[in-house]
Design a protein around this ligand. Structure first.
Ligand code: TRP
Length: 423
């Protein structure tokens, strides 16, 4: 794997195969269906989930290695990095070292992330990028821009505009409930905000002039029968990567560096964005990518808002959490007690264990469970019990927070304004 904490920014590999299933030869020379990842679909046949090393090579991004994490700690002046970073959930990046260079020189940057509102209730997987982003905002004391892509969901799903708006508002409350800094965070909904902002429109026009239809087709796999909304959408997601889009926040500066925490499936959007940046004399946004949060049924199946049993939702009750985990969480136990005690449980497929790697902050606790399970002493049922307790707390705390988010608070976050930010 490349170690690139000191490497120059490299050209992003252009992946023209997005949108088409991949078929490759396996070790036996037979055709095996490879993992497939784009912003709309993720397929893997492995219970261990997507092969992320392969994905890094295919996408042309870089692994986050120990030396980069060490440098992160030095530059950010933190004793430890966030569990999601040290446990490899955020596993890949583009130009993260460039952001660290800025911080070292005392320059500020901003954070940009987003969410496509596809259901009224967000599930645990949706929290992941926001949990990490919140930590980054605190550590670096920087402004954060959150884009809600109601337009994206309107074009891709059979939902009415009214419905996507309703979901957007509900999701925004969930996001605010995660305690983002009110003076340093701007949240906007594309269909409401884009048309009001000259800065946004001008940045959009600059990008759109440089990218051809054939490029977009190649990069995103769109066909003649896809609607124009889909063709235009990638630009809307690209725009907030450039500080020129938010003159009210950045006082007209067009060169404030941007760091984007996102799921690895969002990388195609930002590959296009990074491609056009130098031609506009803008800075390429830097990225940190996360792995996918697995469905209860195992890392080879998909969490879906239309299947309530595939995920834990932020609206679930204790009873629902308990029932779903006990009934559906894929177990890494062996077939018989004897075999389990001999071989030990398989942490790499056990969903209760996998979920704890996201939500148990205490490294020693987690390590104890890992050892006891892999040695065969512990069974998945016991990990499930620990997980149910943990997630009930996470979800119920979230619900209490969310109740306190009034319409006024929402408006506050969504008002275009100057953020507290010293250059
Ligand atoms: N397309 C993303 C989704 O479907 C939403 C999004 C918009 C986003 N801008 C972003 C995600 C920037 C990460 C970073 O959820």
């Amino acid at each position: 794997m490349k170690t690139d904490s000191t490497m120059e920014s490299k050209t992003d590999a252009l992946d023209t195969s997005i949108g088409k299933p991949l078929v490759a030869a396996d070790q036996n020379g037979q055709n095996a269906v490879e993992d497939f990842v784009d912003p709309w679909n993720v397929h893997t046949s492995s219970m261990k989930g997507v092969d992320y090393d392969k994905l890094i090579n295919k996408f042309g991004c870089s692994a986050i290695d120990d030396s980069l994490i060490e440098r992160f700690k030095r530059v950010a002046k933190v004793e430890e990095v966030h569990p999601l970073l040290r446990r490899g959930v955020f596993f890949s990046h583009r130009d993260l070292h460039v952001i660290l260079d800025c911080v070292e020189k005392g320059q500020k940057f901003y954070l940009y992330t987003g969410r496509g509102p596809s259901s009224d209730a967000m599930h645990l997987g949706h929290l992941i990028p926001f949990l990490f982003t919140k930590w980054l905002q605190e550590v670096f004391d920087v402004p954060l821009i959150i884009q809600i892509t109601d337009d994206e969901k309107y074009y891709w799903k059979s939902l009415s505009l009214e419905k996507v708006k309703e979901m957007a508002v509900e999701n925004i409350k969930d996001i605010i409930a995660m305690d983002f800094h009110p003076d340093k965070t701007f949240i906007f909904r594309n269909l409401e905000y884009m048309g009001q902002s000259v800065g946004f429109q001008e940045t959009l026009a600059r990008i759109q002039k440089l990218v051809t239809v054939s490029k977009i087709r190649g990069q995103f796999g769109f066909s003649d029968s896809d609607c124009m909304g889909k063709y235009s959408f990638p630009f809307n997601q690209a725009v907030p990567s450039f500080s020129s889009a938010f003159p009210q926040i950045f006082k007209g500066k067009t060169n404030v560096p941007c760091l984007i925490p996102c799921g690895i499936d969002q990388d195609p959007y930002f590959r296009m964005t990074r491609d056009v940046a130098p031609r506009l004399k803008f800075l390429k946004p830097a990225l940190v990518h996360s792995k996918f949060f697995p469905a209860l049924q195992g890392a080879n199946s998909k969490m879906s808002a239309s299947d309530p049993n595939s995920a834990i939702f932020l609206t679930d009750t204790h009873e629902e959490i308990k029932e779903k985990i006990n009934k559906y969480a894929y177990s890494g136990d062996r077939d018989t007690v004897k075999e389990h005690q001999e071989k030990g449980g398989d942490c790499s497929v056990d969903i209760a264990f996998q979920y704890l790697t996201y939500f148990e902050e205490n490294d020693e606790e987690l390590e104890k469970i890992r050892q006891n399970y892999s040695s065969g002493e512990m069974f998945s049922g016991q990990i499930k019990e620990i997980l149910i307790k943990k997630l009930t707390r996470v979800v119920l705390d979230h619900q209490t927070k969310k109740k306190s988010i009034t319409e006024d608070i929402v408006r506050g976050f969504m008002t275009p304004r100057q953020l507290v930010f010293d250059f």
